[in-house]
Design a protein around this ligand. Structure first.
Ligand code: SF4
Length: 295
């Protein structure tokens, strides 16, 4: 009797006024989503940055004693939603490679045969064939990029002889706030749409009060000195848990950048999207963080 609903926001977005959390709230008001949510009760909330670069973003997937499995979660193409079947196939290939290594009496070594199994599988071919979809959208926008992707996939049958790459890191894609369209998000109705703080509350997030702050600023002045005037400090919006706030200092000395680290749901968006790359997410004390039920 539960419905799971979520929204993936590409962190390569350029408008610093954008708030992924509020985009998600707005999505729930669309009739297609609303019909499943109306009359229900919000029971949980969470957020996570996901790796979503397809073939071009695959890292080396084996290391001594381990394999990285589960490829390409969340890449969308015209005919199907990829992710689950590719993740399952990489798990199967990993299990076969581990089984073979155990039979050979290996233990704790790097299982390099996984890379060969992957390369010989339909999984590799499928990811390779789709490699230009994401970069085309990111480089040329949804309309032109979507047209290129459609042309490549349906007319050229995925035979483009070259590979497009995403060359701009996500932290470098923001336009100055003064050049970007302002976005007015509607106030939460507390029925289908909610605010960040009540959402974080039901993520069961907990950090011990006296533990060291796990969100470190390399230069504590950058948020107010650079990010605020240029981008209206986007951390206030890209953080889905309301951790970062620009508030008036109690002593009347002006604005201050406040980090409510205890609310952090460990999504790691700040580590990726801060335009100054000034935020370093370090591992908090054991046991701290969100506690998602039913996952
Ligand atoms: S502080 Fe960073 S890691 Fe924590 S919830 Fe906000 S964006 Fe995510």
């Amino acid at each position: 009797g539960q419905v799971y609903v979520g929204l993936i926001t590409d962190l390569s977005y350029s408008n610093p006024h954008l708030s992924p959390f509020d985009e998600f709230q707005r999505l729930k008001l669309h009739p297609e989503f609303k019909q499943y949510l109306e009359g229900g009760k919000r029971v949980s909330y969470g957020a996570r940055a996901i790796t979503k670069g397809g073939f071009n973003s695959l890292p080396k997937m084996s290391f001594p004693g381990g394999l990285l499995l589960g490829c390409d979660a969340g890449t969308l193409n015209f005919s199907k939603i990829k992710g689950s079947h590719t993740a399952m196939k990489s798990g199967l290939l990993g299990a076969e490679a581990v089984f073979e290594a155990l039979k050979e009496g290996k233990s704790g070594e790097e299982i390099t045969s996984f890379a060969d199994r992957f390369k010989d599988s339909w999984l590799y071919k499928e990811l390779y064939d789709e490699r230009n979809f994401g970069p085309a959208m990111h480089k040329f926008g949804n309309v032109v990029g979507g047209g290129i992707a459609f042309f490549e996939q349906n007319i050229l049958h995925r035979s483009l002889p070259f590979t497009l790459h995403d060359t701009i890191p996500d932290y470098a894609t923001l336009k100055p706030a003064s050049e970007a369209k302002k976005i007015d998000y509607p106030k939460p109705d507390n029925t289908l749409t909610f605010d960040k703080l009540s959402s974080v509350f039901i993520s069961n997030t907990n950090h011990e009060e006296d533990q060291p702050v796990h969100l470190k600023l390399t230069d504590p002045d950058i948020p107010l000195k650079d990010n605020l005037p240029k981008y209206n400090e986007p951390a206030q919006r890209y953080c889905p848990a309301g951790v970062y706030e620009v508030v008036e200092a109690e002593d009347g000395s002006g604005k201050k950048f406040q980090i409510n680290a205890q609310n952090c749901v460990h999504c790691k968006t700040c580590d990726i999207k801060d335009p100054a790359q000034n935020i370093n997410w370090v591992t908090p004390e054991g046991g701290g963080g969100p506690n998602y039920p039913n996952m």
